[in-house]
Design a protein around this ligand. Structure first.
Ligand SMILES: NC(=O)c1ccc[n+]([C@@H]2O[C@H](COP(=O)([O-])OP(=O)(O)OC[C@H]3O[C@@H](n4cnc5c(N)ncnc54)[C@H](OP(=O)(O)O)[C@@H]3O)[C@@H](O)[C@H]2O)c1
Length: 249
């Protein structure tokens, strides 16, 4: 049994949104195995096969605000407050969306898909789930972002839709953190970069990644939970990589 959440209250209730994804599933499993975690709510479009003794499931589609709102209401039926909310949803490639190599490939539909899932979805999740954060002890709202969403770090170009959707997410998180600090000083809101992780999202782009730079979901999630454990209120609004480094905006 793990003990990764030592800076949290002794009894942690967690929510993972995007629980069927490579990283989301690893968050569910790692949190369910942590000695401080009493319950994990696993939220995803398809919930079959996710439930266990301490894992309960709720359906959610982050492209539909009514579904997000209903999921938040169901979450309150399980527990009135939560210490940890992880948003592990995201898209890099899908029907009609593949990372652009040139501005010639820019498409309004592809941009809209990336923004809807990577930026707008997490923003609306925040709208309905930030009020569920514990106000009496450390609580964290963390969204999976990506290093390529850093404007300052972008010297390679390409991947316009994905990059800009994650840059937008980082700005949303920064903006949320300002209001959150006023309303609930015990809460922290951050973006997380997991490294390059062996999941369906990265599969088509793994050939040029050296094997020691391609993480398993379990390894990445272990490192990210350690980063979350080390966060304090001064870190709110930033994006951190798996190794604890802050990613520049
Ligand atoms: N893997 C990497 O190397 C890497 C690197 C940097 C950042 N990230 C970020 O990490 C996050 C997780 O990525 P991953 O690698 O775990 O990808 P993944 O295995 O493809 O998982 C993506 C998850 O997002 C969910 N999702 C997509 N649209 C949704 C919607 N409308 N409503 C609800 N859920 C939705 C998917 O649900 P379904 O199962 O229902 O499709 C799936 O659970 C993403 O934000 C990604 O950008 C990943």
């Amino acid at each position: 049994m793990g003990n990764l959440l030592t800076s949290f209250a002794p009894q942690v209730h967690a929510i993972v949104i995007g629980a069927t994804g490579g990283l989301g599933r690893a968050f569910v499993n790692t949190l369910a195995d942590d000695e401080r975690v009493l319950s994990v709510l696993a939220l995803s479009r398809v919930t079959a096969g996710l439930a266990s003794d301490c894992v309960k499931t709720i359906a959610i589609d982050i492209e539909d605000e009514a579904s997000i709102e209903a999921a938040a209401r169901s979450a309150v039926d399980h527990e009135p407050t939560y210490q940890l909310v992880i948003v592990a949803t995201g898209v890099l490639h899908a029907a009609g969306l593949s990372p652009e190599k040139s501005w010639k490939a820019l498409s309004a539909d592809a941009l809209a898909t990336a923004y809807r899932i990577n930026t707008i979805g997490p923003a609306l999740v925040a709208k309905h789930f930030l009020p569920l954060l514990d106000t009496k002890s450390k609580s964290v709202f963390a969204c999976l972002s990506a290093r390529v969403g850093s404007i300052e770090d972008n010297s390679l170009g390409g991947w316009h839709a994905y990059r800009s959707s994650k840059a937008g997410l980082n700005m949303i998180l920064r903006t949320l953190s300002v209001e959150l600090a006023r309303r609930n000083p015990e809460s922290i809101c951050v973006g997380l970069h997991p490294g390059t992780v062996d999941t369906p999202l990265s599969k088509p782009f793994q050939t040029s990644v050296p094997s020691d730079k391609l993480f398993t979901p379990a390894y990445s999630v272990n490192r990210l939970i350690s980063v979350i454990n080390g966060l304090t209120s001064v870190d709110s609004g930033q994006t951190y990589a798996w190794d604890g480094q802050r990613i520049p905006f």
